[in-house]
Design a protein around this ligand. Structure first.
Ligand code: NAD
Length: 297
């Protein structure tokens, strides 16, 4: 930390100032950190510099092709193109230039963090921090450790992001982490509905005004507990009969129903409840749902 920084201000370097890197830089600048961006495209760098300088709290460092800020960085967020060879070359250089105690995060969507961690010394400080577009708005950042990531590394990034108003969530290092597995299963089915003759307008309108706001209120497993797991199982079985194995009911659902765990109505489902907590969950869903609906109306 330099003398001009406040105690909580950190030196952040984002590598790649494209869609995601620009968003990450803005999110970190909004939180009052000193932000530099390594971006080889001069026009993109200039546009981003202008945007960052408009943020009142921001301490804007170098925005351009120069790697010098990396030597000073407390945290590096790599958001270069999704190409393993390019990222490995870049990470090899990052390992040489960054401080040994700097935390190094990749925003990769699909690569294995271990394929980047092994090219740098001290892989305990490497993790995947997977942001969502636009990064300055979407709360969630999935944090995935590689096989050698230190617990302290996840902890440090969790604290940095929480203090910046984000919602860091620790996830396993699996392709697609959690969000893209779920999101892409849904997007695939939306496209199959289109191919099946549904209109684009109907698909978008149905999703936007049905389960999407409900999912903003409570996650899919809490919603399933409220909806009734026996009902969910019946629906899966009907869809499986028509559309085949992609709708086969998951074993966790089959087992829960066989054990009589039908959701809040039996006070046990994916979670356990008593009368009060079951009622509180439904009330919380309703409260948040009406807020979401009012906000997007
Ligand atoms: N687009 C998304 O919605 C999204 C969401 C989550 C994660 N990601 C991941 O984020 C990363 C970046 O994706 P993006 O959508 O921002 O891509 P992008 O193409 O918009 O941005 C990449 C930037 O990196 C710059 N660049 C190229 N070579 C470089 C180098 N050697 N050093 C530094 N910068 C370099 C490019 O000029 C460009 O500005 C990828 O790993 C991607 O999988 C993307």
């Amino acid at each position: 930390m330099t003398e001009t920084q406040s105690p909580k201000q950190r030196s952040i370097v984002v590598i790649g100032g494209g869609i995601m890197g620009a968003g990450i830089a803005i999110a970190m600048a909004n939180a009052g950190h000193r932000v530099s961006v390594v971006e080889p495209d001069q026009a993109r760098a200039a546009a981003l510099r202008e945007r960052l300088q408009e943020i009142p709290k921001a301490a804007v460092g170098q925005i351009g092709a120069d790697w010098a800020p990396i030597a000073e960085a407390d945290y590096v967020f790599e958001a270069a193109p999704e190409n393993l060879q390019l990222k490995q070359q870049l990470w090899a250089r990052l390992g040489e230039v960054a401080r040994a105690d700097a935390v190094l995060a990749t925003n990769t969507s699909s690569l294995d963090v271990d394929d980047l961690a092994w090219v740098v010394p001290e892989p305990g400080r490497v993790l995947a921090a997977h942001w969502f577009n636009p990064a300055y708005e979407v709360q969630c950042v999935e944090l995935a450790p590689g096989s050698q990531t230190a617990v302290d590394t996840i902890q440090a990034v969790t604290e940095l992001l929480s203090a910046a108003g984000k919602t860091p969530v620790s996830v396993q290092n699996r392709p697609g982490f959690i969000a893209n597995r779920i999101q892409f299963a849904m997007i695939r089915e939306a496209m199959l509905c289109l191919e099946d003759g549904a209109s684009r307008e109907a698909i978008d309108e149905v999703v936007r005004t049905s389960f999407a706001p409900r999912l903003a209120a409570l996650g899919p497993l809490a919603n399933a507990d409220l909806g009734g797991l026996d009902t969910y199982l019946s629906i899966f079985e009907t869809l499986q009969g028509v559309f085949g194995e992609r709708f086969a009911p998951p074993q966790s659902l089959v087992d829960a129903v066989a054990a009589g765990r039908l959701g809040t109505k039996t006070l046990a489902g994916f979670d356990d409840y008593d009368e009060d907590s079951a009622a509180a969950l439904a009330a919380e869903r309703d409260r948040r749902l009406s807020a979401v609906i009012a906000a997007v109306r």
